[in-house]
Design a protein around this ligand. Structure first.
Ligand SMILES: Nc1ncnc2c1ncn2[C@@H]1O[C@H](COP(=O)(O)OP(=O)(O)OP(=O)(O)O)[C@@H](O)[C@H]1O
Length: 275
């Protein structure tokens, strides 16, 4: 039975899931996640396994709930009045939606990079050093300097900024600022990095650099990216999840979602019928 037929007969939409040809361990298993803004249900029973050390892309038309779902993984929805998240986000045995969790610690483990680069109004050095300092990651000054250098190297920014570490982060170009924000997220040794349209404010060259960086980072981190760019999803991700009107319609290996979508809605979206 197709997902649409299942919905018609049971009133419940069943996600189509295509298994990965390469078995990957699950980093986070989202189970029956619902999100409400006040009385409005914005996300309906979303379940998905997010693979470790891979990039998962969330795609779908505007307003389908991609960012809402992304924010569930580091509890950023807690900061939105009237927003309620139900369900389980099981990260290796720990429920990220458990309200007894310390969200400050959680957000170090599950870092986030936003659409618009948002460096702190501080020096390049301080942008990176701040997190390790408040989380007590750095043992001493030399260790802190080492963390700053390593994080900037991992973000591919070190060579460009090593002689201007005391200059303001906001003085960098847009693309450099975004890589600074990625370095800032890396500095506290996260396990997962969430990216909400990280290239939408960048030019093609800066976008290419960030995409290359994502490809390198996935060797060590679990990455989830929200993107409006079909070509970007295909370039950077190994798995893709297609959302529509708050439902997770279909998820599977990126190649099969784009080359052989099972659902008409997925196909219509990726071929540009609507969006
Ligand atoms: N703070 C909020 N208060 C009320 N409703 C909200 C809020 N944020 C999002 N919504 C609603 O939840 C639904 C999902 O929105 P969301 O921003 O997650 O979608 P999206 O797929 O990320 O969209 P876009 O691609 O445009 O960023 C939409 O109907 C939106 O209007």
């Amino acid at each position: 039975m197709s997902a649409v037929a299942a919905e018609a007969s049971t009133g419940r939409y069943e996600t189509i899931r295509i298994a990965d040809p390469v078995a990957r361990p699950t980093k986070i298993a989202a189970k029956e996640v619902y999100v409400h803004y006040g009385a409005k249900e914005a996300l309906h029973h979303v379940s998905i396994d997010i693979p470790a050390q891979a990039v998962t892309a969330f795609i779908g038309p505007s307003g389908c709930g991609k960012s809402t779902f992304l924010r569930c993984f580091n509890r950023m929805n807690d900061t939105i009045e009237n927003c309620r998240v139900d369900g389980v986000l099981d990260m290796e045995g720990e429920d990220l939606n458990d309200h007894s969790l310390d969200v400050v610690l959680l957000r170090a483990r599950v870092g986030m990079v936003f659409q618009k680069p948002n460096p702190f109004p501080k020096s390049i050095f301080e942008n990176i050093a701040y997190g390790p300092r408040i989380h007590g990651v750095a043992q001493d000054k030399a260790h802190l300097q080492e963390i700053v250098e390593t994080s900037l190297k991992k973000a591919g920014l070190w060579e460009e900024v090593k002689d201007r570490l005391n200059e303001p982060g906001t003085g960098l170009s847009g693309g450099q600022q975004q890589r600074l924000c990625i370095a800032r997220a890396i500095a506290v040794s996260p396990e997962v990095i969430l990216m909400d349209e990280p290239c939408s404010a960048l030019d093609p060259i800066a976008t290419a650099k960030v995409e290359e960086l994502i490809g390198e980072l996935r060797q060590n981190y679990t990455i989830i990216i929200v993107t409006h760019s079909m070509s970007q999803a295909q370039r950077v991700s190994q798995r893709t999840a297609y959302f529509h009107l708050g439902y997770l319609v279909e998820e599977g290996p990126t190649e099969s979602i784009f080359n052989n979508p099972q659902e008409k809605r997925t196909k219509d979206y990726i071929t540009g019928v609507f969006g």
